[in-house]
Structures are given as structure tokens and as C-alpha cells.
Design a binder for this molecule. Structure first.
Ligand SMILES: Nc1ncnc2c1ncn2[C@@H]1O[C@H](COP(=O)(O)OP(=O)(O)O)[C@@H](O)[C@H]1O
Ligand SMILES: [Mg+2]
Length: 652
């Protein structure tokens, strides 16, 4: 007989076992059971029809049955009724056997099954409801006095997904308030819907969200507006909600170190393209001195941009010397008086890094508004935010000139203030602040994110970084940086859609190996059956299995536990999905409405310009044709009703 492809028990013992005695025993018991059912059917039929019962069950009855002597086996009963009773009894007896078989088949492990070799519930008990509740009571003084039953699940941690166990679903696992989370999942792998949105909706305190799309804002902002103020930083009009506030990035710069941090956020996005080189380091230094000069002198980001535009402008040199930074001033002067080619190269690199400062839409968010608009635009207080229950959405598109550096700078600033508050209130923020860095590599290139993980762990500031691929992370933070981030995150999720062969191989190696047993049945020349189990060591999930992981599931690596498989829980499968769907639809409709209105307004403005031009051209009369010799004159001309360029479009 060929080896069976089917039954595998990961922890079976290798060896050979004779099967013939078991087969014979099973056949005997089966035979006895069927004959007994046949006898019982006769008794049942007799009782049902009121006939006299037949012979007792025994060798005589069995012999009659085997010889087809129905009139002896069932002398007084209608044989059709006996047949019906027998069929019914057989079905009733078979039903539990078949159900048990199906259940066993479902739960039974198969060749290549990873689940039995992954974590058991007790290994991840820290993330299970009882474990996270206990940890939440330790980490949050406000919950310490409450009985566990009165603590809402949302107060205990960030939902990750439901554990998958062989043949059944396990508990819903959560990251605790002292974990740092890193999720690596490909596009459409439910990063936003299953990780970002549920965590934002559940968060008991302040939430900072980064994104390059409006989806996360559309689903969550209405609910979050119910518990705190919603701040949307959206200079590139992704949500088209308009500007309601402004933020001065320079107010938090009080030292060379602060200015250097600010400069690093601007340089980081081009570092991923160019790598570390002299020009980048020098440009970072130049930006540091400009930010420091602007902040010290109480100027604005526009001044920084103006200084960048003119390599000979010595205003920052003077300001730095006047405000107590003579060393930085001298360094800047030296740079400005260096070889022109070098200086121009440094300035050009710095201009590329600070390209977003050339965009007036972006600058409107970071410069003090004109006095006429000051009433409508509130200043954002990054210091007050971490202890509030507000939500800050930081939106930026990808690519050069995006507001990404400012998103990173604002994230960094808020987190630094959060640390200050945590230190002031016993080391931890309560309620904790969640920093949900969706599409972090594209939108929030925080230079020292890997270090921040260890710095913020245990302070009630929970970082959740969401990346599409591991490579995306190494592009932004370098191989060492993303390695440090992976190491510092205490909860890691790897989801569907990862096509990087190296990463898949690494994840497969991390999941580990198990003994897979192959069963084969053999029959020798005498017809004797035996069962052989051979065990071989193999990967629990090969790289190809990691790559092919189903959308909606993720592998969880929690520190101190074997990997577990999770079924993600996207918001649209939660009980409150209908309300959230309606809110999302309303928000998306608002974005479309505003986009359409803006397009029509822009069209109208263009048409007005075109019309004015036509009107002006039509009314200028050249000197030769004028009534006098005085040169050109303007003669009023009736042009009639202007024709719009797109007559089919509805007018606003
Ligand atoms: N309200 C919804 N109902 C059903 N499916 C949805 C809904 N919103 C998003 N999806 C689907 O869920 C999948 C994951 O979306 P999303 O979480 O935005 O992906 P990403 O991982 O890129 O952030 C997509 O295929 C999307 O079409
Ligand atoms: Mg997304």
C-alpha cells in the first residue's frame, strides 16, 4: 500500500504497529452490533403492530438471519415493518458515530498543519482577556480599585484578533498598555480596518493617527468626536475638511538638540533614497541651524525657507550669535563661506529635504495666521494633547514635497510632551495615549522610531507601527533600524500579502520546526496488515506558507510565547458595523461633495479669467484704427452672453 497523504500527528511516535488483530476485533464487534439491531428491529416491529415477539437474541436467531430464514427469525411480524424498524435503528445508531467521525476529522491534524504546533492559549495568557485585564489593573491606577468584571475590554488593551486553535476559535487577544506593536502586512491585508480602526475606536485616552488616506478618519472621527476634540492636520486636502487650527513647530525648539531632531524629520525621507552621505549630513546641519535661529528669534518657518533660498543671507548667522548660540553661528558662517560648489550642493540638498516648506497650503498650517483669520484658527497645544481624550489625525500624501516631515515632527513633539506628562504622574499616562502610525514608512518617517519603542514602552504611550513590507521599513530606517524596531516591538503581527522571499524565510525560521509524522499502511504476503509511522523534522510553516497566509489572518509573535495564528477582527464584522458604515458613507460623501464643489469653483475661476482676457482683447483698438492719434483706446464692445467651456457641466 502507498503511504497515506492524510493522517499526520505532529507529535506521534515513530514505529510499526500490527493492525490485523484490531481489524478482526472491530469486524466482530460490528457484526454483533448489526445482528443485535436486527433482533431489536423485530421486537420493535412486534411491539408496534401488536404481534407476538419472535425468538430471543442468540446463536439460533443469528443463524436464521445469516441463512435468510426470515419466517424463523421474525415468525409473527410483517417483514416490511421489520425492515423499516431496522433501517431506522441503523440510522439512529450510525448518527452519533458519523457525527463523532466528522468532528474528529475536523479536529484531527493533517500533514503540514501548523496550528497544533503553534502557541496554546496558556502560552499567550498574558494577551488573553484575563491576562490583559490583570495587567491593565497594574498599569492603570484608575482601574486598580475596580473588580475585573467591571473593567471594559476596551480599557484593557489594543485588540489584535481572535486566536485560531485546531477546530475552534480561541480567545480575543489584546496587546497590553505597555506593549509596542509592529504590524507588517501587504496592501488590502486589513491593516487599517482590523488594526487601526478598532484600536482608535476603543482607545480610552488620546489618539494620534497618521495616514495617507481618508479611510481611517472617515470611519472613526464621528465616534471620537463624541469623547474629545478631533484635530485634523490635512495640508494636502485628503479629507477636504479645511483648516481649523494651526501649529507652530518652532515653539518646542529650545536647544540645539531639539532643532537637530526637527531637521532629522526633514532629511529622513531623502535619506531612504540617497543613503547616508556627506551632503545629507551637511544639509541636516544647515537645517538645524536655521530652525534654531528661527525658533530663538521668534520667527517662522517661512523665514527658514527664505534663508534656504539665498545662500548668502547672513541673517541666521547674526540671529544665532545674538540669541546665545555663537558656536552654531560660527559653523553656519563657515559653511556659507566655504567653497561655492560645496555650499551650493549643501543648500540644494537642504532645499530638497525642506521642499514642503515651498508649498503655501502646507505653510498655512505652520505659520501664525493673519490677524483677520486668527479667530477661526485655534493654535494646537501639543503639550495639552497627551492628557486629553482628543484625536489627532495627521494626514499626508506620499512622495517628495509631501507634508510627511511635518507629520513626523508633530508626532515626535506630541510624544515628547507625553513622556513629560508620564514622568510627572508616576511614570505612566493614565489613560494611555495611542500613537497609531498607519503607513508609517510613507507618512511618518520618524528618524529614531526604533529607539522610541524602547523609550516609550511602559510609559502608557502605546506605539503601533503599521508597514506594508519589512523592506519598506529597511528603506526608511535602514537594515539595522528596522531590525531594532522588530526587536523592540513586544507584539508583532505578520499578515497576508508579503511577497519578500527573504522576510518570508526569516518568519518561517522564527516560527520554528516540528516533528511531522507520516502514516503508512502495509499488507504482507500473508495478508497481515500493519501501520507504520515515520517522523521527520520540518518547518511548521515554510516560507511558501508564510507568503500564502490567508487575508484576514496574521501570525502573532508576542515576546515570551510561541507564535500564534490570529483571525483578524475588522470593524465591519463587529456588532456596531451598521452605524460605522453609515458614518463612513456620510464622511466619504462629504469629501466627494467638497471635491466636486472645489472643482466647479476652480472651473468657474478659470472661465472668468478666460472671459476677462477675451473681453480685454476684444476691446483694445490698435492705434491705427483709433479715432484720434493719441494711440490705443478702449472701446466698449458688446460681446453677448459668455459661453462656458464645458456647457454640459452643472453650474454651482
Ligand atoms: N466596510 C467594508 N466592508 C467590507 N469590506 C471592506 C470594508 N472596508 C474595507 N473593506 C475591505 O477590507 C480589505 C482591507 O482593507 P484595508 O484595511 O483598508 O486594507 P489595508 O491593509 O491596505 O489598510 C479591502 O479588501 C477592502 O475592500
Ligand atoms: Mg490602510
Amino acid at each position: 500500500m502507498s503511504p497515506s497523504q492524510h493522517p499526520i500527528e505532529p507529535h506521534a511516535t515513530a514505529g510499526t504497529m500490527s493492525l490485523t488483530p484490531f481489524v478482526l476485533l472491530a469486524a466482530c464487534w460490528g457484526f454483533l452490533a448489526v445482528t443485535w439491531l436486527a433482533w431489536a428491529a423485530g421486537r420493535l416491529a412486534a411491539a408496534f403492530t401488536g404481534a407476538e415477539p419472535g425468538p430471543d437474541w442468540g446463536s439460533g436467531f443469528v443463524t436464521d438471519l445469516l441463512h435468510g430464514q426470515w419466517s424463523l427469525a421474525y415468525p409473527h411480524t410483517n417483514h416490511t415493518v421489520v425492515a423499516v424498524a431496522f433501517t431506522t435503528l441503523l440510522l439512529l445508531a450510525a448518527a452519533p458515530v458519523v457525527s463523532g467521525w466528522i468532528l474528529w476529522q475536523r479536529r484531527r491534524t493533517h500533514a503540514g498543519d501548523a496550528l497544533p504546533s503553534l502557541a496554546r492559549p496558556r502560552e499567550v495568557s498574558d494577551l488573553a482577556p484575563a491576562g490583559v485585564t490583570a495587567r491593565a489593573r497594574q498599569l492603570r491606577p484608575s482601574l486598580a480599585g475596580l473588580p475585573s468584571k467591571r473593567i471594559a475590554p476596551a480599557d484593557t488593551g489594543i485588540a489584535l484578533g481572535t486566536m485560531r486553535l485546531p477546530g475552534r476559535a480561541g480567545p480575543l487577544l489584546r496587546a497590553s498598555w505597555e506593549d509596542g506593536v509592529l504590524a507588517i502586512m501587504g496592501p488590502r491585508a486589513m491593516k487599517t480596518t482590523a488594526i487601526a480602526v478598532p484600536a482608535i475606536l476603543d482607545a480610552p485616552g488620546a489618539v494620534l493617527v497618521t495616514s495617507n488616506r481618508a479611510d481611517v478618519w472617515a470611519t472613526t472621527h464621528t465616534a471620537r468626536a463624541g469623547i474629545g476634540r478631533v484635530w485634523v492636520f490635512d495640508p494636502q486636502a485628503i479629507t477636504r475638511t479645511g483648516q481649523r487650527w494651526w501649529w507652530n513647530p518652532l515653539t518646542a525648539i529650545r536647544s540645539v538638540e531639539d532643532a537637530a531632531r526637527m531637521a532629522s524629520h526633514f532629511v529622513q525621507p531623502i535619506r531612504r533614497d540617497k543613503g547616508e552621505d556627506f551632503w545629507l549630513l551637511a544639509a541636516e546641519d544647515l537645517l538645524t541651524s536655521f530652525f534654531l535661529a528661527s525658533a530663538a528669534a521668534g520667527l517662522t518657518m517661512t523665514d527658514t525657507q527664505a534663508w534656504l533660498a539665498d545662500a548668502n543671507d547672513d541673517e541666521p548667522v547674526r540671529l544665532l550669535a545674538d540669541h546665545g548660540y555663537p558656536e552654531v553661528s560660527r559653523a553656519l558662517r563657515g559653511r556659507q563661506h566655504g567653497a561655492p560648489e560645496t555650499r551650493d550642493g549643501i543648500y540644494e540638498t537642504a532645499r530638497t529635504a525642506a521642499k514642503c516648506l515651498q508649498d503655501p497650503r502646507i505653510m498655512a498650517w505652520v505659520n501664525r495666521p493673519a490677524s483677520s483669520a486668527e479667530d477661526q484658527l485655534a493654535p494646537f497645544d501639543a503639550d495639552a494633547f497627551p492628557t486629553s481624550r482628543d484625536t489627532l489625525y495627521l494626514l499626508s500624501k506620499d512622495g517628495a514635497g509631501s507634508s510627511g516631515p511635518l507629520v513626523a515632527a508633530l508626532t515626535d513633539q506630541v510624544m515628547r510632551y507625553a513622556v513629560g506628562h508620564a514622568e510627572a504622574c508616576g511614570g505612566r499616562l493614565d489613560p494611555p495615549m495611542v500613537a497609531m502610525l498607519d503607513e508609517a514608512a510613507n507618512v511618518c518617517p520618524l528618524a529614531d522610531l526604533p529607539q522610541l519603542y524602547s523609550h516609550y514602552g511602559g510609559r502608557g504611550i502605546v506605539l503601533v507601527t503599521i508597514l506594508q513590507t519589512y523592506q519598506q521599513g529597511s528603506g526608511v530606517w535602514g537594515e539595522r533600524g528596522i531590525g531594532a524596531l522588530w526587536g523592540a516591538a513586544t507584539v508583532k503581527l505578520v499578515g497576508a500579502g508579503g511577497d519578500d522571499p527573504r522576510f518570508a524565510a526569516d518568519v518561517s525560521a522564527l516560527i520554528g520546526e516540528h516533528d511531522a509524522a507520516t502514516l503508512s499502511l502495509t499488507r504482507d504476503a500473508t495478508g497481515y496488515l500493519s501501520r507504520q509511522v515515520s517522523v521527520r523534522r520540518q518547518r511548521i510553516m515554510g516560507p511558501e506558507d508564510v507568503r500564502a497566509i490567508r487575508r484576514g489572518t496574521a501570525i502573532l509573535f508576542a515576546s515570551g510565547a510561541r507564535p500564534a495564528l490570529l483571525e483578524l477582527a475588522p470593524w465591519f464584522r463587529q456588532p456596531n458595523a451598521p452605524a460605522l458604515t453609515a458614518q463612513t458613507a456620510t464622511s466619504i460623501a462629504q469629501i466627494s461633495d467638497r471635491a466636486e464643489r472645489e472643482r466647479l469653483t476652480a472651473d468657474l475661476a478659470r472661465e472668468r479669467v478666460a472671459l476677462t482676457t477675451v473681453h480685454a482683447v476684444a476691446t483694445v483698438v490698435p492705434p491705427g484704427e483709433s479715432d484720434g492719434d493719441a494711440g490705443a483706446v478702449i472701446r466698449p464692445v458688446q460681446l453677448g452672453v459668455p459661453r462656458f467651456r464645458n456647457p454640459g457641466r452643472p453650474r454651482p
